[in-house]
Design a protein around this ligand. Structure first.
Ligand code: RM4
Ligand code: MN
Ligand code: MN
Length: 394
């Protein structure tokens, strides 16, 4: 490559990464843990407003996280329009609205798939209320994850539960306004261990196709069987225009919710390669990217900054793939050559390029160092004393 061509390629990578938006989830700023112990941290937000402030800090330092997802009722406030104005003043927007139909005692046997019509009604009403909240916050995405399922064979009818699911989704779908869409997430296991009502992308996809254009599949890294080829299903969903969003996180074993790119940066790169190949990184492609994580041991704000950087690095490497050489090798049946093209890109150190990109955006080249210098951690630890700390589930 000539110097000029290399400079043009670098500029294109910087522009594409700079344009990518990565939402952060409000719950990642709160305390979280396992069923064994939640280790509370100092400085953790006590309400939705403080979570928005932390999310705004991540955006100020990275320039890449301009919205924060809300979970209802964890982030319930009296006046959602007021929260939206507060977010705007802080420099971000309110993003996806995530209903919670898994923590009420009534939902022991499921929510929209529950055998009792009264419980199903309660769950659907909550989903509809969340669309009202979207109207107030200006959010365009209703993010649906259902804990519904069974623990024992014969506990309930798999088929009838699918009918109940379809009926509920369709009622909520009909309530969506112009410019609003629903993303249907799936998860193989947990909290139920015999059957989940939305266990995989195929089931989500089939429901979304039946519903229409405003329903799309939401993929979450940690929601698959170990060894699942996630980039494959990402590629297939993109091909059908049904990839609505992607929840980045890191997993070694299950739904670990570790930092994106921490457990398996190569997998993140392979996923990014399919996204880049389909031109799905740019905001106009309407694939909603979010970090769906929990920070149990590490400080939350710098962990989210680190995660944004990890996603950006994977995407930058994917953008560096020499597409011409890759296609030529693929066409020639050059197995090793084609693989080498991908590995070349994966092995590149893109950190200097991304540091340059940040300087070009008026940001500090090293957002983590900038965070530690900013005094923000000290400020929240000093100010956020008393009150009830937010936590996963609160
Ligand atoms: C689920 C799923 C959803 C998230 C909740 C908190 O496992 O990943 O996306 O909203 O957790
Ligand atoms: Mn998720
Ligand atoms: Mn999850």
């Amino acid at each position: 490559m000539t110097d000029h061509a290399a400079a043009t390629a670098a500029a294109a990578v910087k522009a594409a990464v700079a344009a990518m938006r990565i939402e952060t989830p409000s719950w990642a700023y709160g305390n979280s843990g396992t069923r064994f112990k939640v280790f509370a941290q100092t400085g953790v937000p006590r309400d939705a407003y403080e979570k928005v402030s932390d999310a705004a800090m991540v955006h100020r330092l990275t320039g890449a996280a301009p919205s924060v997802a809300l979970h209802i009722p964890w982030d319930a406030v009296d006046d959602y329009a007021d929260l939206a104005r507060f977010a705007e003043a802080e420099g971000i927007a309110l993003g996806a609205i995530n209903p919670n139909v898994f923590q009420d005692n009534d939902y022991k046997l499921g929510s929209v798939c529950h055998p009792d019509a009264g419980v199903r009604r309660k769950a659907i009403d909550h989903l509809l209320e969340c669309v009202d909240i979207m109207d107030a916050t200006g959010s365009s995405i209703l993010s649906l994850w259902f804990a519904d399922g069974t623990n024992y064979a014969g506990q309930d009818s798999i088929a009838v539960r699918q009918d109940r699911l379809a009926t509920a989704l369709s009622e909520v779908y009909d309530r969506l306004g112009d410019g609003q869409r629903m993303l249907v997430e799936y998860k193989l296991f947990e909290p139920h261990f015999y059957s989940m009502d939305l266990p995989d992308w195929g089931t989500s996809y089939a429901h979304c196709v039946a519903l229409g254009d405003k329903a799309q599949v939401l993929v979450d890294t940690g929601h698959h069987a170990p060894g699942t080829n996630i980039e494959f299903l990402v590629s297939v969903l993109l091909r059908f225009g049904k990839l609505g969003g992607f929840h980045f996180n890191g997993r070694n074993y299950a739904d670990d919710d570790l930092m994106a790119g921490a457990a398996d940066p190569f997998q993140l790169f392979r996923i990014a390669h399919e996204l880049v190949r389909a031109d799905a990184i740019r905001p106009e492609a309407n694939v909603a990217y979010m970090l769906d994580q929990c920070h149990n041991l590490e400080a939350k704000v710098p962990a989210l900054i680190r995660s944004v950087l990890n996603v950006q690095e994977a995407v930058a490497k994917a953008l560096l793939v020499d597409t011409g050489a890759l296609v030529a090798a693929q066409q020639a049946g050059d197995v090793l050559g084609a693989h080498a093209v991908l590995m070349d890109a994966f092995s590149s150190d893109v950190r200097p390029l991304l540091a340059e990109m940040r300087v070009g955006m008026g940001l500090d080249p090293d957002p983590i160092a900038a965070y530690h210098r900013s005094g923000y951690q000290k400020k929240i630890e000093t100010e956020r004393v008393g009150g009830q700390q937010a936590g996963w589930g609160a």
